[in-house]
Design a protein around this ligand. Structure first.
Ligand code: GRF
Length: 199
């Protein structure tokens, strides 16, 4: 599949997926990277990938609609079959969701539906849970509410901080996203309401 990568930050998930594609583990390729931060870590990381990076920041646009339209216009020539959100820190607009229905994937650093939104690790620590994890899901109009594709867990220890927990979780995120995207690219996922079946 032809995929767009959306990232706002460091880009470690994007890089892990890129490497898996290079190794032939995922039957897909990133054809464009889109960021909403021209100085995001993903900009440096993806320099050697030989694909275009497009920075579309929110601030020059008067409205969310105009910003979203710019994203749609930028994407259109690449004819993508899917969009991979990896550390993309904005709510995806309704137009993008409608245009790429059931084709946008996201990773969240908690076991949804628990702890959606920002600071998933800290929310888990504050709640005193003993196990947390990550969730790869399809994106719908809500905040981290779309059908769940895959989840994996890590332990939470009493002295954990956001930093120690995210360090433990990050490799699990990479592995989980790799497997979820592999299935997506094999057309091995079927959505039935809230339930995602592996076929
Ligand atoms: C990850 O923890 C991801 O779950 C969250 O943001 C972080 C992104 O990390 N949505 P990276 O940019 O992929 O390194």
């Amino acid at each position: 599949k032809r995929l767009a990568l959306f990232a706002s930050g460091r880009g470690s998930n994007g890089e892990a997926l890129y490497k898996a594609m290079q190794e032939g583990l995922i039957n897909g390729e990133f054809v464009v990277v889109i960021t909403d931060h021209a100085d995001a870590g993903i900009v440096e990381r993806s320099k050697g990938w030989g694909i275009p990076l497009i920075a579309i920041e929110r601030s020059p646009f008067d409205s969310k609609q105009a910003f979203e339209q710019a994203q749609l216009d930028a994407l259109e020539p690449y004819c993508v079959d899917g969009i991979v959100l990896a550390g993309y820190m904005r709510i995806v607009g309704a137009g993008l969701i409608a245009r790429y229905e059931h084709k946008i994937l996201n990773i969240h650093p908690a076991l949804l539906p628990s702890f959606p939104g920002l600071h998933g690790h800290q929310q888990a620590i504050d709640a005193g849970v003993k196990v947390t994890g990550c969730t790869v899901h399809f994106v719908d109009a809500g905040m981290d509410t779309g059908p769940i594709i895959m989840q994996n867990t890590v332990r939470v220890y009493p002295d954990d901080t956001e930093d120690t927990l995210s360090e433990r979780l990050l490799p699990v995120e990479h592995a989980t996203y790799r497997e979820a995207l592999r299935l997506f690219c094999e057309d091995a996922l079927r959505i039935d309401g809230r339930i995602v079946h592996y076929i």
